[in-house]
Design a protein around this ligand. Structure first.
Ligand SMILES: Cc1ncc(COP(=O)(O)O)c(C=O)c1O
Length: 543
């Protein structure tokens, strides 16, 4: 097999990003530097007397200092969660000993030259954010994602929702289409619809977007029939894909990247779940050793790489979106772009006339926390989180296995080909009049799932064709909606699949789906929810 384009480049010296400015939208090209922000470049001069900006004097900031108690980086165990009882997670940790914290303080004025201060953090500033935060992010990107070209640039944003919104309007004009996974993050779709920028879904499998389907879509694109030119932007969630929970490995990323080079497509990599990669599920009932990598460096190198990685994005055609929402807190409203300098400059222009910069409270607290923890401490924190989410996933799947009869099989459909699929039917209950009948004829399938390998979600495919009285010509999503309402009324809220469809018109009643988040509820609530889910499902399928 001939080497792929990215393979050819992997041993070459790193170069600067290629010029991809022809992708910029009309809106983005029309942006000038905000007149007042243009003055900011002089602000660093120590002898400068600034009478130009509308800055309040910091003496009028009511906060003299901000202090907080932060958990220590090794608060969460990285021991193999399967080797302990499932109670090892979260609550047990704090139950037996008081949580260990370190104090972080941000003073108004500096004691040392490089201190993070409220004087700066709470003042108007540039859209590029606090210098100490930029420094930390640069170190993180360099060490973890290892970009493939020289002049990659980071820029803070207020979370990946803002990141995508800025990226898509920087790249797409109204009336254009963008490529995405068949199922995707609903806010990414809701954010583009009012601009008349619409998604085109690509079929997925257990690694996310399929490269053969992507090539087909681009090669066969018919501008007349589709009503718009061939897409030049892709929005993708390659790790802990929302909603399906799948993880894309290096080889698939390279295939997709090479197709994007061939058809000149910019990849926007929305990757909030990168550090929540948890490997395959080994059911409690048939345990396989699932030890997490003990030392942080081997843990990091076991993770599926970003598209930025040195063997993939050698041209600078990826805009990567990182967020602190899932690793520190969503309320921090803080994240960052990593991309080529031309795109970063245009994204900065878009930022300085909208949010101006992420909130100074959030930036200073996160920056102080990270510089206190340092790179190694943050990596240790992330590894602890990965183990926590793995425990949560395993707990939920174990609970489903206890509630339902779960048959394991190897998937044969295109989306689940070769995967371990769990298909649930109701458990024969002692005393049930249908028990003998079930033993004789077997139970009908209620739903199927492939255990997620990262992120926060389990994706269920419903077998509505097995509901007595099922009408194949029923309105799309009707069954899904009916079941959703029954579950909500019984006290359990889960995400209806149609919310995540990149093409709502294609939803069929048989293809009902639901997304269950394992990120939030307590053990007790999970147990209760799964019981209720079981009862409602049995009633719905008249089992
Ligand atoms: C794929 C994806 N992108 C973005 C977000 C939101 O991120 P943020 O809080 O950084 O805006 C989420 C949150 O659920 C998500 O799943």
């Amino acid at each position: 097999m001939s080497p792929s384009l990215s393979e050819k480049f992997q041993y070459q010296e790193k170069r600067k990003a290629v010029d991809l400015s022809h992708h910029l939208s009309d809106l983005s090209r029309a942006r000038a530097t905000s007149p007042l922000k243009g003055l900011a470049r002089y602000f660093g001069r120590p002898d400068l007397i600034s009478l130009a900006g509308g800055m309040p004097n910091e003496a009028y900031f009511p906060f003299a200092a901000i202090s907080g108690d932060a958990l220590v980086p090794d608060s969460f165990s990285i021991a193999d969660s399967q080797s302990e009882s499932s109670l090892s997670w979260l609550w047990k940790l704090f139950g037996s000993r008081k949580e260990k914290t370190t104090s972080v303080t941000i003073p108004k004025y500096p004691a040392n030259k490089d201190d993070i201060t409220l004087k700066v953090a709470l003042q108007y500033g540039t859209a590029t954010g606090l210098p100490q935060l930029q420094k930390f992010i640069n170190e993180l990107v360099e060490k973890i994602y290892q970009p493939a070209y020289l002049d990659w640039t980071i820029l803070v944003q207020t979370g990946n929702t803002d990141g995508w919104s800025r990226a898509v309007t920087t790249l797409c004009n109204p009336g254009e289409a963008f490529i995405t996974e068949d199922w995707t993050y609903p806010s990414a779709l809701a954010g583009t619809a009012p601009y008349g920028i619409h998604p085109v879904g690509v079929l997925m499998d257990d690694q996310g977007m399929r490269s053969d389907e992507l090539r087909k879509l681009l090669a066969e694109w018919d501008e007349g029939a589709r009503g718009c030119k061939r897409p030049h932007v892709m929005y993708t969630v390659p790790v802990g894909q929302n909603p399906t929970g799948v993880t894309m490995g290096l080889e698939r990323k390279r295939e997709i990247y090479d197709i994007c080079v061939e058809y000149d497509v910019i990849i926007v990599e929305d990757d909030p779940y990168y550090f929540l990669q948890m490997g395959s599920y080994a059911a409690k009932l048939d345990p396989v050793s699932q030890a997490m990598h003990a030392d942080p460096e081997s843990w990091l190198s076991s993770l599926a790489p970003s598209y930025l990685k040195y063997v993939i994005d050698y041209q600078g055609r990826v805009i990567r979106l990182d967020t602190f929402s899932k690793t520190i807190a969503p309320g921090a409203r803080l994240g960052f772009f990593t991309c080529n300098p031309r795109f970063a400059e245009r994204l900065e222009r878009a930022g300085e006339v909208s949010t101006q910069a992420p909130c100074g409270f959030g930036q200073s607290l996160v920056a102080q926390l990270l510089t206190t923890w340092k790179y190694d401490g943050y990596v240790r924190w992330l590894q602890g989180l990965a183990v926590q989410y793995k425990s949560r996933r395993d707990f939920l799947l174990d609970a489903l296995r206890e509630e339902f009869d779960m048959q394991m099989s190897i998937g044969t459909t295109s989306s689940w080909k070769g995967c371990t699929v769990y298909t649930a039917s109701s458990k024969p209950r002692a005393g049930s009049t249908r028990m003998l009948e079930k033993r004789a004829y077997g139970s009908k399938a209620l739903f199927s799932l492939v255990p997620p390998t990262s992120g926060m979600f389990v994706w269920l495919k419903m077998h509505f064709e097995n509901v007595p009285g099922f009408q194949p010509d029923e309105e799309p999503s009707t069954m899904e909606l009916k079941l959703f309402v029954k579950l909500a009324e019984a006290g359990v809220l889960i995400g209806p699949g149609r919310y995540f469809s990149s093409d709502e018109d294609n939803a069929s009643p048989v293809d009902g789906h639901f997304r269950i988040a394992f990120s939030y509820a307590s053990e007790e609530d999970f147990t209760k929810a799964v019981k209720i889910f079981g009862e409602v499902m049995r009633e719905f399928f008249k089992e």
